[in-house]
Design a protein around this ligand. Structure first.
Ligand SMILES: Cc1cc2nc3c(=O)[nH]c(=O)nc-3n(C[C@H](O)[C@H](O)[C@H](O)COP(=O)(O)OP(=O)(O)OC[C@H]3O[C@@H](n4cnc5c(N)ncnc54)[C@H](O)[C@@H]3O)c2cc1C
Length: 371
């Protein structure tokens, strides 16, 4: 630890981004303290859906490559975390099916089958199959042109994954202070009602709360919260069925037999944490695609706000402001799929080493981008 500091790295926020940055820093031998104003996974990360899914294999870009690398390394990452914590994250590479509803969709899916072979380096497939292969799981009338079946997608239990990662961090010596709210940041120092912590690096991973802070630095809007509503359904036995994504809706079988259904995408809302009739519509859509859900019972509902930067890309890395300050936010709808790779990238930056990050993911890119 550098002299004069309480810890090498202080992380603000115990959501999936903060925990993941902490993990990679700890793995590099840095001392890390996490402060969390509420409890572990209290924000967007404490949810129930947990799709880790790729973008379509076309128009390849460094952003898509970053996500592919993250998805391909997720299994080993979560296996290591769970082995360290002794807790389950619920990770499972189930694959995904997507109903094809028209001839144009079929044509595109067939072209992408070939693209996936080269772009995904033979690590996973994307192909068109008859929906009858998934009979009893997907309604044939919802997939009149067949289904896309890809085996890159995985699911995780977001809430359990945060707990597993937090426990693994504690096993490795990381301190997590719950109920500790950061109220100000100075050079190499954060302040809260419970005192101050001096650190060589400060990582702000406070989810949507990063945006008002950035607005005070930048003098303009930095991002927004997009509300999502979701549900856990029980009472349906699905065996080893893949997850489904159709009509903007995810249907995800979890390890304990529950099925997650989500989510809404709301830019305006009164209460970020309540559910309403918009969730009924999501469940109805899911039931149309997957009639097995007709007899399911709603066990639990959940809503929260995803951190979406102005360009909907993660914001990672140092920014102009107090000395030692780094940003780690903007996971938006794919936060769980990329968090461990974002964490690894941040830790490399903090260590002062060179790392590749798509330019759009640099916090400094968002900082410089006025539009
Ligand atoms: C309904 C819904 C469904 C989703 N589905 C998926 C999905 O299927 N797949 C996927 O990859 N992603 C999904 N997401 C998105 C994903 O959950 C987010 O991208 C991710 O959780 C963001 O993590 P984060 O750590 O940046 O933010 P958060 O989880 O919000 O963490 C920020 C933490 O910072 C704390 N904090 C804030 N201010 C302070 C402060 N001043 N001092 C101390 N602590 C502070 C908060 O309490 C919070 O715990 C979904 C989101 C929602 C809402």
């Amino acid at each position: 630890m550098a002299t004069g500091f309480d810890t090498d790295v202080v992380v603000i926020g115990a959501g999936i981004f903060g925990l993941s940055v902490a993990w990679s820093c700890v793995q590099r031998g840095m001392s890390v303290t996490i402060v969390e104003k509420a409890t572990i996974g209290a924000g967007a990360s404490g949810g129930v859906v947990g799709a880790l899914s790729p973008n379509v294999p076309e128009n390849w870009s460094p952003k898509k490559q970053f996500q592919l690398d993250a998805l391909l390394s997720a299994q080993a990452h979560w296996a290591e975390v769970d082995a360290t914590s002794g807790l389950p994250s619920g990770y499972g590479r189930l694959g995904r099916i997507i109903p094809i509803t028209n001839a144009r969709g079929l044509e595109h899916a067939q072209i992408r089958t070939e693209d996936a072979k080269s772009l995904w380096d033979g690590e996973a497939f994307w192909r068109v199959e008859d929906s009858a292969k998934f009979s009893g799981w997907i309604a044939p009338e919802s997939a009149p042109f067949g289904v896309i079946h890809e085996n890159l997608s995985a699911r995780i239990n977001p809430r359990l994954a945060c707990l597993s990662l937090a426990k693994a961090l504690q096993v490795k010596g990381c301190e997590i202070r719950e109920g500790w709210e950061m109220t100000a940041i100075n050079d190499n120092e954060i302040i809260g009602p419970s005192g101050k912590i001096r650190a060589s690096a400060i990582v702000m991973a406070a989810g949507v709360a990063c945006f008002p802070y950035l607005e005070t630095l930048w003098g303009r809007n930095a991002g927004m919260g997009v509300k999502g509503q979701s549900a856990i359904l029980g009472g349906v036995s699905v065996g080893t069925a893949p997850m489904i994504f159709g009509d903007h809706t995810y249907i995800i079988p979890h390890a304990n037999g529950d099925i997650a259904v989500g989510s809404t995408s709301e830019k305006t809302y009164d209460d970020p944490f309540s559910v309403d009739e918009k969730l009924d519509i999501v469940i109805e859509r899911a039931t149309t695609i997957c009639p097995a859900l007709r007899h399911a019972k709603i066990k639990h509902t959940w809503a929260n706000v995803r951190p979406r930067a102005r360009k909907p890309d993660p914001m990672l890395g140092p920014i102009k402001g107090p000395a030692g300050l780094y940003m780690a936010t903007g996971g938006f709808k794919i936060g769980f799929g990329i968090a461990h790779k974002c964490g690894e990238t941040l830790a490399t930056m903090i260590a002062g080493e060179t790392t590749f990050l798509p330019k759009q993911f640099h916090a400094s890119f968002a900082e410089a981008n006025k539009k």
